[in-house]
Design a protein around this ligand. Structure first.
Ligand code: AMP
Length: 281
């Protein structure tokens, strides 16, 4: 496994792989790797001749400086997980390397980026598209792997790729969860043990809500989720929206779409957690 910090070294290493006709897989991450990331990495290693994992906490996607500063970082531990998974190249650039000058590009994927996270984290998806498009340009992968945990991000990346990188295949990977159901996230490290047990209620309530869809209206199920979360001490809901899984627009009835997903963001103390559940596909 080669750990690379500069774009020049990365392109040189990949040029050899490309000459040899290897397919290239990319998993973009912000590090503090866990089994959720690992599931994407395993798939990437399995499906490609050369696997590249980027580890970069991208400042342009943080709309909150405290969130950026407290984001967990542990490259040494990450390297162990990557080595154990037979990753070929780890790209861990500095901020200066990724942004030698401010990135002025504006990405707009209306209506995908104007709802949910787009409302509560202004500029977030623009930053995500800035860094991911740079990575796609540097690596030129055949396949890139993203988690369904960041459901809206995946939809936006699919759209960006279809417009700017039409030959690239975006592979969506299912949400990995801890034993109690909590969606794995690097931010879970920031939870106290007590908060962690409170946070288990999020996935529990979502999966309970999925059992109600045959008997209750969409509005009633939405109310069940928002009420249950609001009644849980230690959790504060930011939004819960039941949307069409393709265009991310709200639906009003279960019959409105063949693909329906509930997306939620909840604060547990200062820690912002996101999750989602597929009601219908
Ligand atoms: P991050 O490091 O949080 O930017 O995540 C890097 C990639 O891993 C993104 O595509 C995430 O959607 C994905 N990911 C993070 N957590 C999980 C999880 N629990 N299950 C599946 N994929 C995940």
């Amino acid at each position: 496994m080669k750990v690379i910090n500069t774009v020049d070294e990365l392109t040189a290493a990949l040029a050899i792989a490309k000459e040899n006709g290897c397919t290239i897989g990319l998993v973009p991450t912000m590090g503090a790797l866990h089994s959720g990331h690992e599931s994407l990495i395993k798939k990437c290693v399995q499906e490609n001749g050369i696997s590249v994992v980027s580890v970069f906490v991208n400042p342009t996607q943080f709309n909150n400086i405290d969130d950026l500063n407290s984001y967990p970082r542990d490259l040494e531990k990450d390297k162990q997980l990557l080595l154990a998974n037979n990753v070929d190249l780890v790209f861990a650039p500095s901020v200066e390397e990724m942004y030698p000058k401010p990135d002025q590009r504006v990405f707009s994927y209306t209506p995908l980026d104007t709802v949910m996270e787009g409302v509560y984290r202004p500029g977030h998806f623009n930053g995500v598209c800035q860094v991911v498009s740079k990575l796609f340009n540097y690596v030129r992968p055949d396949k890139a792997y993203f988690g369904e945990k960041d459901f809206q991000q995946l939809a936006i990346i699919r759209r960006m790729a279809s417009e700017l990188f039409p030959t690239l295949e975006i592979v969506g990977c299912p949400i990995m969860r801890e034993n109690g159901g909590l969606a794995l996230s690097s931010r879970n490290q920031l939870l106290t043990p007590e908060q962690r047990s409170i946070a288990l209620n999020i996935s529990r309530i979502l999966s309970e809500s999925a059992k109600l869809i045959d008997r209750y209206s969409l509005e009633e199920v939405a109310l069940f989720v928002t009420d249950s979360i609001s009644n849980t001490e230690g959790l504060e809901i930011e939004y819960f929206e039941i949307v069409d899984g393709h265009n991310l627009q709200r639906v009003n009835n279960w019959s409105d779409s063949s693909y329906i997903v509930g997306c939620i963001t909840v604060y547990c103390g200062k820690v912002r957690l996101i999750d989602n559940i597929t009601y219908k596909k």
